[in-house]
Ligand binder design. Structure first.
Ligand SMILES: *[C@@H]1O[C@H](CO)[C@@H](O)[C@H](O)[C@H]1NC(C)=O
Ligand SMILES: *[C@@H]1O[C@H](CO)[C@@H](O)[C@H](O)[C@H]1NC(C)=O
Ligand SMILES: *[C@@H]1O[C@H](CO)[C@@H](O)[C@H](O)[C@H]1NC(C)=O
Ligand SMILES: *[C@@H]1O[C@H](CO)[C@@H](O)[C@H](O)[C@H]1NC(C)=O
Ligand SMILES: *[C@@H]1O[C@H](CO)[C@@H](O)[C@H](O)[C@H]1NC(C)=O
Ligand SMILES: *[C@@H]1O[C@H](CO)[C@@H](O)[C@H](O)[C@H]1NC(C)=O
Ligand SMILES: *[C@@H]1O[C@H](CO)[C@@H](O)[C@H](O)[C@H]1NC(C)=O
Ligand SMILES: *[C@@H]1O[C@H](CO)[C@@H](O)[C@H](O)[C@H]1NC(C)=O
Ligand SMILES: *[C@@H]1O[C@H](CO)[C@@H](O)[C@H](O)[C@H]1NC(C)=O
Length: 473
């Protein structure tokens, strides 16, 4: 009833009243007798759409304020985290500076990575705060300071221990990658110990096996594996660091397995000097001189100490034989460049045992002598045109002498060859990366086609690649 009444009142109010000036009202009656009114309010009486715009703007504003607040809160909490991490880092760097941690214990790579990550976050933070936040500015500066500090610390590492360790890590990884790949790609079959292949064409990157067992100060010496093709113990490793005088070989260590070598485990040591308790002096006559030694058929061959003689020690009996090397100069007359006392350099390959030396008659050029291991005498010699002190080291492969020279502190080049089979010499250029500056000794082993380098105390190997015999040489 109420509703009907209202319509009635309205009907009366609008349809009967004449349109007035103050209200813009139009009215009409539909076919059902109902009256419809349209009231149009003038624009200036209430700015409805402005109100709406204001509402939206205000809501937009409050949203962005909310966002800003959230941002600042999150910056604040991340600032706190970074500050904590920064003070942790500072602590660690200080420890290094004070020498509490040794350089080798500290993982610079990780530290640098962390700092780099923080640096990029700090830059982000700084940009978004647009230079208006002092904490962020300080943080940024501190991070930059710490980064500089770590770089400086690293540059103090004169011995390159860290660089070597990093290289080792990357080499290990590459080795693993290679091993993974090798299971997929079957490598061409290699027959070790024969000369059924073409010429030497390349050597791989160095693989650092370890630091020598006597330590970092023992920069001079040699190492390798029994290089006799028919050896009864293919895993007989020898490591012979000279004494720190860079001349005397007094101690030699042997391992019968690669794993033992790696872990410095189960060594068998030979002392070549003898102590005379009556005269209280040492007898060095069975000791070696220089880093030209090699192990061949379970006997160690070397230049006898302070002598023109070749020495041979049978590892089973410990008996040491002496034999003169005719015309050979000795006692550091014509050693290799950069290493002292290597007047005689023994080398083994597929064809047997050789000794590289020089004589006054040949003006210090390299002589190649082929040894008869039965009689322990020189069977035949070849004279090369290469001055021995002009090369850093040399090795033999299938009767061919290869000599190296330095390119710089990180690179060595195999640059000279002399083929005893043809009597011809030649130039070549095969680059070899090296870890440390000086090549103290370089040995080829025909049983695994590897070069064994004693590189300022580090034991390093390289794999040699040859052309297949079917390809043109
Ligand atoms: C009333 O509305 C009509 C149409 O919208 C308009 O033409 C007219 O000028 C208005 N009259 C007044 C008094 O506002
Ligand atoms: C409010 O925000 C919306 C969405 O971000 C945008 O489309 C609109 O133009 C803003 N309005 C005003 C008045 O700022
Ligand atoms: C900082 O170092 C302390 C103790 O060494 C450790 O509890 C904390 O988690 C470290 N903080 C960060 C952010 O690494
Ligand atoms: C940052 O600040 C500069 C001047 O201090 C100003 O010109 C610039 O527009 C600001 N940038 C932002 C994204 O606020
Ligand atoms: C950064 O290093 C400079 C100079 O070494 C020093 O003056 C400055 O106070 C350091 N800044 C911070 C934030 O540690
Ligand atoms: C292993 O093989 C893949 C695909 O053939 C190649 O991209 C990658 O360089 C190889 N890695 C090594 C270490 O040879
Ligand atoms: C030689 O070996 C090095 C290292 O593995 C490699 O980078 C280089 O490409 C090789 N060169 C040739 C001619 O095969
Ligand atoms: C290798 O050594 C063994 C045992 O001492 C000996 O019987 C053999 O004749 C040697 N071979 C050569 C080629 O010297
Ligand atoms: C090596 O020496 C032994 C003993 O003197 C001799 O019988 C043998 O023929 C020599 N070998 C060569 C290849 O000259």
């Amino acid at each position: 009833m109420e509703k009907t009444l209202l319509i009635l009142i309205l009907t009366l109010g609008c349809c009967t009243a004449a349109p007035s000036d103050s209200y813009n009202v139009t009215g009409s009656v539909d076919e059902g007798g109902q009256c419809l009114c349209t009231v149009i309010l003038p624009d200036n009486s209430f700015p409805m759409h402005r109100m709406e715009f204001l509402e939206i703007t205000s809501s937009n504003l409050s949203i962005s304020v909310q966002q800003e607040i959230t941002k600042i809160q999150s910056y604040r909490s991340s600032l706190a985290v970074y500050l904590e991490r920064l003070s942790n880092l500072t602590l660690r760097v200080e420890k290094v500076e004070l020498g509490i941690l040794s350089y080798t214990e500290l993982d610079f790579a990780l530290l640098k990575l962390e700092i780099k990550e923080m640096e990029s976050l700090a830059v982000q933070l700084r940009t978004s705060l647009n230079g208006s936040n002092i904490i962020a500015e300080t943080l940024f500066m501190e991070i930059q300071n710490i980064s500089v500090m770590v770089n400086q610390l690293e540059s103090y590492d004169k011995n390159n221990v860290l660089a070597v360790r990093r290289e080792i890590t990357s080499l290990r990884k590459r080795l693993q990658d290679c091993e993974k790949n090798q299971t997929v790609l079957s490598p061409p079959p290699v027959t070790y110990g024969t000369c059924d292949h073409g010429r030497l064409i390349n050597v791989t990157k160095p693989f650092v096996v370890q630091l020598n067992w006597r330590g970092f100060s023992y920069k001079y010496g040699g190492w390798g594996k029994d290089s006799f093709v028919e050896t009864s113990n293919k895993d007989q490793f020898w490591v012979a660091p000279l004494n720190t005088d860079a001349r005397l070989m007094e101690l030699v260590r042997f391992h019968t397995a690669y794993d033992d070598l790696l872990l410095y485990k189960s060594p068998s040591d030979k002392t070549l000097s003898k102590y005379n308790s009556y005269s209280r002096t040492y007898d060095y006559s069975n000791c070696g001189q220089g880093s030209g030694m090699t192990l061949y058929n379970n006997s160690l061959y070397y230049n006898c100490y302070n002598s023109q003689q070749m020495c041979r020690m049978n590892l089973d009996t410990n008996e040491v034989q002496h034999q003169a090397l005719p015309d050979a100069v000795y006692n550091n007359r014509f050693s290799y460049a950069a290493v002292a006392y290597q007047d005689m350099d023994f080398a083994a390959d597929e064809e047997g045992l050789w000794v590289l030396y020089s004589t006054e008659q040949n003006a210090g050029n390299i002589m190649i002598g082929k040894l008869n291991v039965t009689s322990f005498t020189i069977e035949r010699t070849w004279v090369t045109a290469q001055y021995k002190p002009g090369v850093t080291n040399a090795f033999m492969v299938c009767g061919v002498l290869y000599a190296t020279r330095p390119v710089n502190t990180r690179m060595e080049e195999i640059f000279y060859m002399y083929d005893t089979n043809t009597g011809k010499e030649g130039k070549l250029s095969i680059m070899m990366d090296k870890m440390m500056e000086t090549v103290q000794s370089l040995q080829y082993n025909p049983n695994d086609h590897k070069l064994y380098m004693y590189n300022d105390g580090y034991l390093v190997t390289y794999d040699i690649t040859f052309l297949p015999s079917s390809e043109p040489q």
